[in-house]
Design a protein around this ligand. Sequence first.
Ligand code: SAM
Length: 280
Amino acid sequence: MLSYQHAYHAGNFADVHKHLVLYAVVEHLLRKESAVTYIDTHAGRGLYPLASGEASKLQEHRDGVGRLWQARQRLAGEPLLENWLAALARVQRGRALDHYPGSPWWLSQGLRAQDRLRLFELHPGEHGHLAEQALPANVRRVHGDGLAGLLQGLPVSTPRLCVLIDPSYERKAEYSEVAETVLKTMRKSRHAQVLVWYPLLPAGRHQALLDGLRDHGLRKVWRSELTLGGPGEGHGMYGSGMLVVNPPWGLEARLADTMAALTPLLGDACRHRGDWWVPE
Ligand code: SAM
């Protein structure tokens, strides 16, 4: 059962949160010359035209990336947002915000000759769109299961590894499957930096993922959660969560400044919390 299509949600507040954290980690990795393998286990299409039928249907981007784009001149002094918005501007065809890039693009925009990027996508239609994207030669696209593909490819041949796990959580079991995959990844690649996105929904199922990691002894797990309200205020997603295993030094302070500038744009009830889910 694969019915989720990210095109309906591209550029919403959760994408902004996820891709800002991802961008901050990639920027940090690029400070050193040594090669990085990036693995994106749930890639999606890669690039989303905002005028498409899917994106226009819910218009979620308007209350997400649209708000940042409109405020971009005011945000210019905040280093991470300024760089992120400059990268976003490079993907636009015109002067207006007409495209929103997905994780394959955010990962490939910083890719150097020595780096590698593997993209996994299981949905045949979504993989078809991804296959059409113009991406650098050191990007490999795989039509297959991302969690199994990640584990099969470990250890990687480069000195550093950065993984993004961003499922659609259509199945309840995905929360525990993700936890198991992260634990196995860290056993095989101790120094990997692993980012995991999860939705904050009233059912609170993300707790199984968080507890699964902590209860099995994983250390150094940093958590960032951006919320638009509380769990009791409706049935939909009220927040976006990101875990970063082995976060780069300084990420916490960097994101605190970024989120302080970002949250007022996303509404009066918008809050960010960044803390150690499991410390060192
Ligand atoms: N990471 C993307 C981004 O940030 O732009 C969005 C990914 S979207 C939330 C989840 C994607 O995972 C969907 O395109 C879905 O088809 C795909 N998917 C679902 N199960 C999968 C699996 N087991 N392996 C790989 N891809 C899968």
